[in-house]
Structure formats: structure tokens, C-alpha cells
Design a protein around this ligand. Sequence first.
Ligand code: FAD
Ligand code: SF4
Length: 331
Amino acid sequence: MKPFQYYRPKTIKDAITAVASDPDAQFIAGGTNLIELMKRGIVSPGKLVDINHLPLKRIERRQGITSVGALALNSEVASHKLIRQYHPLLTQALHAGASGQLRNMATIGGNLLQKTRCTYFYDTALPCNKRTPGSGCGAIGGINKQHAIFGVDEKLSKNPCIAVNPSDMNVALLALDVQVLVAGPGGQRKIALADFHRLPGEHPDVDTNLERDELILGVEIPDSVFTKHVHYLKVRDRASYAFALVSVAAALDLDQNKIKAVRLVMGGVAHKPWRLYEAEKALVGQVISDAVFEQAASIAMQGAIAYEHNTYKLKLTPQAIIQALKIATSF
Ligand SMILES: Cc1cc2nc3c(=O)[nH]c(=O)nc-3n(C[C@H](O)[C@H](O)[C@H](O)COP(=O)(O)OP(=O)(O)OC[C@H]3O[C@@H](n4cnc5c(N)ncnc54)[C@H](O)[C@@H]3O)c2cc1C
Ligand code: SF4
């Protein structure tokens, strides 16, 4: 690992200035992703700006919005009474992530920014457009079991990338219409979660629309009608400590058996959390039934593209959507 300087800022302003004034500096929170990237030589910051002592851990609710600080731990957020009461979908998604030990280290800000788990990205001996734009994509002709089936423009891009966003939390946050509060040298701004993560396009090396010197302060979760009929379904190779092959966040508002409102978002299928807008439209106003769920799942699959080792996702994905909808509407 390349030697680096360590800096512990006293204030949020100090932290932003430290990164803004040094192109080689990077924020560190729980370190559960960044340290691995440094050990493998994928990133080599000259200075780590440790934000762990900044006052960004609060979880509070005011005027119909739950604010969660960027340094709140995944485990604390998942079990917090406000989150369990008002945003149970987020509790479920966070509990599905990683392991107990990791959730005790991982922060909300770090989870938003965690890198893909594509194995070619983590092996510096292999080509990867995300790590080194222009070097090629090892996964397209290689082992692509975990990779994307939606939002892939491989034929159109000079730097194709078929990696997926690995976060469980991000899937639930998109379903809950979350805003990300960030601060940079020019002041504060909010970014809707839907605009936070990017599709790869020509720049798979850029995962989000956050600027390098912007610090995530936290997320704001508005109250919603999705407090009862919610389910986060994660399909993975092991029952714990494994990333999603596919996952589905299903949240519904029901009037008796009729669907008044719905959110359907998927993980493990695209470069960013993937909202199923057309399937949602097909569900609103319908009376719940297997046939209605099957039709929505079939609509959701339009435009899906598979590679040699992830063709199973073409069958697994609609089944996961149907199952998540059935469980969410079963109580
Ligand atoms: C073995 C293993 C299994 C895992 N399984 C899962 C899983 O199943 N599901 C899942 O969702 N996740 C999983 N994770 C990922 C884990 O959730 C992330 O590593 C974690 O959330 C990152 O948070 P952190 O605080 O440790 O971030 P760090 O590693 O400290 O930072 C990650 C990135 O975010 C930046 N950063 C951090 N905080 C801020 C901030 N406030 N503002 C701006 N930039 C910031 C850092 O500069 C860095 O680029 C797994 C991780 C491991 C190691
Ligand atoms: S899928 Fe993306 S991250 Fe994986 S090798 Fe290809 S370019 Fe790299």
C-alpha cells in the first residue's frame, strides 16, 4: 500500500477544505470498502481525511422528514425506532446487507458510495474500464454471473461496463424518494437519490453525481404511505455475508385489495438501483392477484439483456418481483 498522510478535521468546513485543496486527498468513514481498495492498489490516496469525529451521526424526525446523518452506522439505522416505525423497508434492506460486524462499522455515507464487487475491478492485472478507462471490460467476455441486465449500452459505449451497484440500502432509499444532503466548497445542495447514481455511459469510472470534494452530510427520508405492505427480497448465494444476485424492494399502499400506490426497485441488475416505473404504472388501480403481479413482472423485464453467465437472471428477476409483491401484500 502506498504511504499516506492521515488528517482528522475538527469541523465539517475543515474536512471539505482538506479534500478540496488537495487533489490526492479522500474522505474515509468506516473504511470497510476504501481500505480494501487501497490494499489492492485500486485507489492510492496521498491523504486520508478521517471524518469519523464530525457531528454527523444523528437520526431525528422533524416535520415529516427523518434525517439520518452520514456517519450513522448501518446497524444503528436499521434498528432505530424511528426507522422501524416510519421506514421499515430500510430496516429490512440494511439487515440484508453484509454481516453484523460489517454493519457495525459501515456508515450510511460510505454505503451510498461503495464500489461495485465486479471481480475484474478488484484485480489490477485484468482489464477494467471502470478502474482504467480504455483498458477494456474483462467481464463482458469473461465471468459475468453477477452482472447487469438493465441499463447496459455496451454496443454504444467506447468504455463499456456491465457492473452492478452492490448496495442493498440504496435500493430501499430509491423506493423511499430520499434526498442526499451534501456540502462542498460552494455550499450545500440536495441530490435526489434517483439522480445520485449514474449509468456507465462513456464514463464507467464515475459512479455518482457527487463532486470529489463534496461531503455527504446525510439523507432525508420523507414520510410516506409505505409503512405496512413492504418487503425487501434478496436472492444470494448464501443466507448471509453475500451480495445480491438480484434484490427487490416492494412497497405498496392498499385500499382493501386494491393497489393505491406502489414502489418497485431492484438491486443487482443495473449500474444503479433500478426503479421499475412501467411495472409500477401497470399495478396502480389493480386488485391484487397472481395474474396482476405476473403481468407487472413481465413488463419489468422489457429491455433486459443477458450475457453468457447471467442468463439465469432473466428467469430469476421476474420470479423475485412476483415473490416480493406476494409477501408485501400478504399481511
Ligand atoms: C465482505 C463484505 C460484504 C459486504 N456485503 C454487503 C452487502 O451484502 N450489501 C451491502 O449493501 N453492502 C455490503 N458490503 C459493503 C458495505 O456496506 C460497505 O463497504 C459500507 O457500507 C461502506 O461504508 P464505510 O463507512 O465503511 O465506507 P468507507 O469504506 O469509509 O468509504 C467508502 C467510500 O465512500 C467515501 N465516503 C465515505 N463517507 C463519505 C461521506 N460522508 N461523504 C463523502 N464521501 C464519503 C469514501 O471516500 C470512499 O470512497 C459488504 C462489504 C464487505 C467488505
Ligand atoms: S463490468 Fe465494469 S467493473 Fe467489471 S470489468 Fe467490466 S468495466 Fe470493469
